[in-house]
Design a protein around this ligand. Sequence first.
Ligand SMILES: *Cc1c(COP(=O)(O)O)cnc(C)c1O
Length: 722
Amino acid sequence: MSLPPSIATLPATAAFRLPARLEGLRHLAYNLYWTWHPAVRAVFGRIDSAGWARYRNPIPVLEGFLHWADLADDADFMADLSTTEAAFGQYLANGRGHWFQREHSTALDAGPIAYFCAEYGLHESLGIYSGGLGVLAGDHLKAASDMALPLVGIGLFYRRGYFRQAIDADGHQEHAYPDYDTSRLPLLRVAGSDGGPLIVPVELPGRVVSCGVWLAQVGRVPLLLLDTDIPENSDEDRPITHILYVRGREMRLHQELVLGVGGVRALRALGITPSAWHLNEGHSAFLLIERARELTSQGRSLDDALEEVKRTSVFTIHTPVPAGNERFEVGLVQEVGAPLFAGSGVDLGRIAELARGVDGDTNHFDMTALSLRLTHRANAVSRVHAETANGTWQGVPRAPILGITNGIHPPSWIGRAVRERLADIGAELDHLDAGAGGPFWERLNDLSDRHLWEAHQRQKLEFSFFVRGRLRNQLARHGESPATLRALADTLEPRILTIGFARRFATYKRASLIFSDEERLARLLWNEERPVQLIFAGKAHPADRPGQAVIQDIFARSRSPRLRGRVYVLEDYDIRIARHLVQGVDVWLNNPRRPLEASGTSGMKAAANGVVNCSVLDGWWDEGWTGTNGWAIGGRDTNPDEGAQDWQDAQDLYRLLEEEIVPRYYQRDEDGLPRAWLATMKESIASTIWRFSTTRMLQEYAEQLYIPAATADALATAGEAA
Ligand SMILES: *Cc1c(COP(=O)(O)O)cnc(C)c1O
C-alpha cells in the first residue's frame, strides 16, 4: 500500500511544556487536521477561549496557558481530549477505508505525487496564500489526506505573507506586510539526514543561497515550505521568499527558481522519489529544468531527459487572462539561471525556445508555455476554461488540455449549523466519498424546511455579528462618532435579503456592475417590505491600480447618502471572511466578463451551504447551473462590444433581482417559511455538494492525470528493459 512519506523534524521551538498526560495536544496542534475538524478546535477553545478567539491558532494558545494542572484534573476535558485523540489516531491509521486505497491502492507504490504550488490557503492563521489558487491548493491537500492519496506538497514559506488590506476613509487600499513568528505557527523545521536542520542549496550568480525547509503537516499529507530567511544567507538574499507575488520581476524570478529547483532538491534530500510531478500553475516550472539537469548529469542526452521529464509531469493551467501568465525576460532567466545549469547538459537557449509564448516573441520566457510543452497531460479548471485554453494555446505543440473542474473541500467550508442538518440525513462530510454521488442527495427532500431555514438563519446571525464587529473597527479607525458605531448594532439585520460579493478586485470581475443604474438599485435596496442589502469584500493586487479604483468606487457608493446603510465594504478579505460570507448571506453574486473566469470556487462554497448563486454562465457555473438551483445572468453569447455587454448584463441582473429573487425570498407561508426559496436552497446543495467537491475533483486528477503519468513511466521503463 502506498502511503505519503513521513518527514523528520526538529523539536518545536514554541515555549510551552505540557504535562505528560497532555502531550497529545502537541500532536494535535502541529497537524493542520484541526483546520477541518471542529472537535479539535473545540478542545483548544476549551483550554483558553479568549486566546483561541484572538489567535485562531493552537500554538499561541498553548504557549500562553498557565493552568495545566487544573486542566489535567478536569475529567470532562480529559475525556474530550481522549476521544479527539482517538479519532485523530484512527484517521491517520485507517488508510484502507478511503477511496484511493480502495480503488487504486498500489497505483502509486513507486512514490507519491509531488504537488508544486506558489501558494497554499489552509487556514486564516497561516497567511501564505492570496486567493483562489491558494485556497484550491489547500483544499487539494486536505482532500488528498481524506482520500489517502499519497501526495506531498511543495511551496514557499512567506514570512511576510501576502499583504493585509486596510481601506482608508477615502476608500484607498493600504498595504501592510505582517512579520510572522515561526515559533508561533503550526510549522516545524524539517531535519536533514544528520539530524540538524535540512538546508537545500540553490546556486545563484556569485553565491549559493541556502533554503531552510518547514513542514506543515496536513492530516496525512506533508507540505514542505522553503525559506531563504535563515542566518546562513546574506541580508540581501534573506527576503527572497518574504512576499507572495512580489512585484519586482527579478525578485520574482529568484523566488520561482527557489520553488522549482529548491523544491526538487528538498525532495531528493529527504529520499522522496515522486512517481509523478504536478505543477499547479506555471510558477514552479523550473522544476522541469532541474529534473532535466539531474538526468543529464547521469549521462542522459538532453532530448532523452526532456522526454522523461515530460512523461512524468502534469500541469494545471489556471487563468484565461493573458496577464495572469507568468513571463520573464529571456536575458534575465539566462543570467540568473546560468550558475544553476552551467556545466550540465541543460542548454538554457534550448529551454528558452520551449518557453516561447503563443506570440512567438523570442524575448519572453513564458512559464505557461514551458509547462505545456514539457508535461504530458494538462488540464484547465472548468469545461469553458478548457475550451478557451485550447484555443489560446493552439500554437504551442502539446497534449490537449483536459477540463477538470475545480472543487471545494466541504468540511472546510460548510458551517456548523448546516453541517448538523446534513448529518441528520446521513451525510458525513468527512466521508463524502462513501457512495455520496448524485442520488444520495435526494435525501435532502427528507430534511424539514424549518430545520434547514433555522440552520441558515443561525449562520446568518453569526455572519451579522462577525461583520458588525469588523465594521466597528474599520469605522472607528476612520474617525466615525460613537453614535455611528453604536448604530452598527442595528445594521445587517438577518431578516433582510443579503447579497454577498467577495473576490479579487480585478476589473474583468466587474464588481461595480450592480451599480450601473444607481437609482434602480436604490429602489430595490430600500423597498420597505422587501429590503435588500449588499456586502462586498476583496483585495486588489498592490500593482493593480485599476482594481484599486474599483474598490474606491464601491467604497464611495457605500458612503453615499443614497446607498449608505444598505451597502457595506469589508476590508482584509481572507479565508475567515470568506467562510462567514459563504455561510451567512442569502445570495452569492458573481458577474465576471465571460469567459475570463477560469472556474471560481467561492460560489461552490456558498452553494454547499444552501446559499443561492446568481452568476454569469462562466467558469464552474456554466456547468453547475441546472436552471432551478439558482440564477444565470445573461446567456452564453458574448458581445464583442464590452460596454454593450456590460449594459445588457446589468439589465438582466436587475430583472432577476426584481422579478425572481426578491419575490421568491420574501414569499412566506402561514408558518413564516419561504417554501419556494427553501426548495431552491435544497437544489443548490444537492446539485453541487458532490459534483463540485474536491473528492470528485481528486478522483479525476488521480485517474486522468496522476496514475497515467506514474504508470507511463513504469511502462516505459519496462519497455526499455525488454
Ligand atoms: C474561495 C476563495 C477565493 C476564490 O474564490 P473565487 O470564486 O475564485 O473568487 C479567493 N479568496 C478566498 C479567501 C477564498 O476563500
